[in-house]
Design a protein around this ligand. Structure first.
Ligand code: PMP
Length: 405
């Protein structure tokens, strides 16, 4: 296709964009994914679930049920904003089983949990509002808060998640409206907030009237250790926490199905925001997800994922001591999809990425995950999308990349 050309500047004033879009960059991770999507590259960059583990026959059945003679005409119609009632019943039962007592009326089905982040940002953040985040944190959550015009303030943490004392200091100094956390197997660090810290965060939220967003797409992908109760179940935080869940990592991300659980007054407002955003999430996808949960054993499928992803995590963490330069540090996550690495000294991980690509291997530099002061020596490795054999080969390629460091 030929490029449009303009010989002279068009008449009239230049196009103007809303202030909120200025300074919100396209996600470097999504751009990187486009760049490396070529055969032969072993990519540890994207947080992609393994496609060969999607339950294709089960989902095909579920869509056939959703589009059957009986149900199909309902599944193709407009539907209430709150979401498919049966799906909300089934999700509520799963959350209740995981120690988060939930009724269908507490839930709003969303178009992925990414939409939940946008809805929450729209309903809770005025321009200039302060959002506290663990540092580093999920990049596209930062984008949602930036689009709402919020100011993002980092809270220091360690390998057990944010430090309650650091949060208390940020609350005193910055008066945040909202705290955003991925308390279990965080993206990008793989870290998990311990039970005592969950309690301390809940108590701080209650004492200071802070909203907490508990983003939990990875909680069910546990490979070691004991399950922790969600922060949303802490009695102190009952009216303060918005809990986000997703089918993306345990089902399939292409479905774009998530849900949020929020206190009643906030849920009503989030429902209005969703009406304005997209009326409702795809009726047929919701009907298929409900049919899937009714007729298939999602827990058994998750068990399959856990067994395989554990092997993949182990293949990666076993290779790391040989691959990374001396003095590197890395996380050994109990679940989720990510290993977080810090290279020694003043190494710039972004500068190593082109070298990695020339060796047909990829990672994500860590800097974009920071709200404030990036640490250029960090990077994220995802272990879910390749077999243990491919991971071992990818790590061999990475060792050549790091050999010169
Ligand atoms: N939150 C976190 C922490 C994530 O890592 C992701 C996906 N990478 C999302 C939300 C968005 O997930 P979904 O596919 O449900 O929109």
């Amino acid at each position: 296709m030929s490029q449009p050309t303009t010989a002279t500047a068009p008449p009239g004033p230049p196009p103007v964009f809303a202030r909120r879009i200025a300074g919100v960059a396209s996600s470097p991770v999504r751009e990187l994914l486009a760049l490396i999507a070529r055969p032969g590259v072993i990519s540890f960059a994207g947080g992609l679930p393994a496609p060969e583990l999607f339950d294709l026959p089960g989902l095909r059945d579920a869509f056939a049920t959703a589009l059957s003679d009986d149900a199909g005409r309902r599944s193709l119609q407009y539907a209430p904003t709150e979401g498919n009632h049966e799906l909300r019943e089934l999700v509520a039962a799963r959350l209740t089983d995981r120690e988060l007592p939930t009724a269908p009326e507490h839930l709003l089905v969303t178009t992925g949990s990414q939409q939940a982040l946008t809805l929450v940002a729209t309903a809770l953040l005025d321009p200039g509002a302060v959002v506290a985040v663990e540092e580093p944190t999920y990049l596209a959550a930062l984008q949602s808060f930036q689009l709402a015009g919020a100011r993002i303030v980092p809270v220091a943490g360690d390998r057990d998640g944010i430090l309650p004392d650091a949060l208390a200091a940020v609350i005193r100094r910055e008066r945040p409206t909202l705290l955003y956390l991925v308390p279990t197997f965080a993206n990008p660090t793989g870290r998990t907030l311990t039970a005592p810290r969950r309690r301390a965060v809940a108590e701080l939220a209650e004492a200071h009237g802070l909203w907490v967003v508990e983003d939990d797409p990875y909680g069910e992908l546990r490979y070691a250790g004991q399950r922790l109760t969600p922060l949303a179940a802490e009695p102190a935080a009952a009216g303060r926490v918005v809990y986000l869940g997703s089918f993306s990592k345990v089902g399939a991300p292409g479905l774009r199905l998530g849900w949020l659980r929020a206190p009643a007054d906030l849920l009503a407002r989030l429902t209005v925001v969703k009406q304005a955003a997209d009326l409702h999430t795809s009726t047929v996808d919701q009907a298929a997800a409900a049919a899937y949960l009714r007729t298939h054993d999602l827990n058994a499928h998750i068990e399959t994922l856990r067994t395989e992803y554990r092997r993949r995590r182990d293949a990666m963490t076993a290779a790391l001591p040989r691959v990374l330069p001396p003095g590197s540090e890395w996380s050994e996550p109990d679940g989720g999809m990510f290993v977080w690495v810090r290279l020694p000294g003043a190494v710039d991980a972004a500068a190593l990425l082109p070298v990695a690509l020339s060796h047909e291997v990829a990672f994500v530099p860590g800097a974009p995950f920071y709200a404030a002061e990036p640490d250029p020596a960090t990077l994220r490795l995802s272990f879910t999308a390749h077999t243990p054999g491919e991971i071992t080969e990818g790590m061999r390629r990475l060792s050549r990349v790091f050999a010169g460091v």
